[in-house]
Design a protein around this ligand. Structure first.
Ligand code: PMP
Ligand code: GLN
Length: 401
């Protein structure tokens, strides 16, 4: 129950769906295809570097903007991959995960009453941070069954109160990677309406087939109004390290840093040299991990098909979505609640990412960043979905003593 002292601003804030479903997976000994975290580690040389940093006394507050070698590595990596240049002294800020970069950016630039346009379904922290800032979120649908961006709907979302746009590509939970035409239209509208653009690119290196991640900051008129946000957690399989970063102009980075210093002050000292090394030397590892992940995507997709769930094949991220209606459900939340008891698997209902709950109702999200034997076990358990629902409910009921 909520405390009587709770601020109205956070009245709707509850335990995140990811934490809730991971706890349920542990409690029910289910295979957890819910929360997006890999079950294998990043490159050994990166892990060794962090161990060495701890052993050699890199354990006190680092500089507020991040250690210089990491800021340099971030800048070099961005230039090498996209040809975009950022000055490591003034245009790079290391943060406590992408989550803090997003929160600090939103708190720095969104005033009460400002509107923030975001692709819906949206990642849960956007809604929470916009709410903390007193802003109003305006969703533009990437809705099923094809999860495409409707340019007309995007254009119609802008008003004279629009302050910022949050673009997430590759997109969680749909796996959509926005193409050049989508990004060009977003850039045109952002310039026309003179708004700030917050680009959540945490899955930038997890793209499949012929999909190419293009940073919006590279489009005409965008460099000076865009904040690029990335995460070492996703790129190097270290979600628990919580090292992310924001790249933008000196003025925008100064504004974000002002807020960041009162959220966390600084971020994880011993992880910073390790992430710097991974950025400098880890391109081959990332390419290997990306190819492996594409194989896992195909493995889970084939398994879901076997049990009657046709997946929407993602072109990026480590998530795929299915419509649960072929299995006799109309509601993804009901499906995900039943799933642990029926067969010992956890997934995430799309609905929690939507304001327009109806648009997300029949979809669920499955994470495939797991070892092959874990995916195989999940698929083998999902075959039990062929059993009638009432039998599984009986089995889940505690037996009388
Ligand atoms: N944005 C998106 C779209 C995400 O899926 C996540 C979750 N990993 C984050 C941001 C947060 O990243 P981090 O763990 O680096 O805070
Ligand atoms: N981004 C991860 C996901 O979408 C979860 C991160 C979190 O739990 N905050 O599953």
């Amino acid at each position: 129950m909520a405390s009587v002292w709770q601020a109205a601003r956070v009245a709707a804030t509850t335990t995140t769906i990811f934490a809730e479903m991971s706890a349920l997976a542990v409690a029910t000994e289910s295979v957890n295809l819910g929360q997006g975290f890999p079950d294998t580690d990043g490159p050994d040389f990166m892990l060794d570097e962090a161990r060495m940093a701890i052993a050699t006394g890199i354990n006190q507050y680092p500089p507020g903007r991040g250690i210089r070698p990491l800021r340099q590595a971030i800048s070099d990596h961005c230039r090498r991959h996209y040809g975009l240049t950022y000055d490591p002294e003034t245009e790079v800020l290391v943060t406590t995960g992408a989550t803090e970069a997003l929160a600090a950016t939103i708190l720095a630039f969104v005033d009460p009453g400002d509107e923030v346009v975001a692709l819906e379904p949206f990642y849960d922290s956007y809604a929470a941070s916009i709410e903390l800032a007193g802003g109003r979120r305006v969703g533009v649908g990437l809705f099923g069954p094809d999860f495409r961006l409707d340019h007309g709907e995007l254009a119609a979302a802008f008003t004279d109160r629009t302050k910022a746009l949050i673009i997430n590509t590759p997109h969680n939970p749909t796996g959509v990677v926005l193409d050049r035409a989508d990004l060009a239209e977003i850039a045109r509208l952002a310039v026309q309406h003179d708004v700030l653009v917050i680009c959540d690119e945490v899955y930038e290196h997890l793209t499949f087939d012929d999909a190419e991640h293009l940073p919006l900051a590279g489009f005409p008129g965008m460099r000076e109004r865009t904040i690029r946000i990335s995460s070492a957690g996703k790129t190097f399989s270290a979600t628990g390290w919580k090292i992310g970063w924001a790249l933008s102009t000196p003025e925008l980075i100064t504004g974000i840093t002002a807020v960041k210093q009162f959220l966390t002050y600084v971020s994880g000292a011993p992880f910073q040299p390790a992430v710097a090394r991974a950025l400098n030397e880890g391109d081959d590892w990332v390419e290997f991990a990306r190819r492996e992940l594409q194989g896992k995507r195909d493995r889970l997709a084939a398994g879901l098909r076997e049990v009657g769930l046709e997946p929407v094949i993602p072109r990026g991220t480590y998530f795929m979505s299915t419509d649960v209606r072929p299995l006799g459900y109309t509601d993804g939340v009901e499906f995900c609640r039943d799933l642990p008891a029926r067969c010992g698997v956890v997934a995430i209902p799309h609905q929690v990412f939507y304001d327009n709950v109806e648009a997300g109702r029949p979809y669920v999200r499955w994470a495939f960043c797991k070892q092959d034997h874990v995916l195989d076990e999940a698929i083998s358990r999902l075959h039990q979905l062929a059993e009638p629902r009432h039998r599984a409910r009986e089995a889940a009921r505690p037996s009388p003593v």
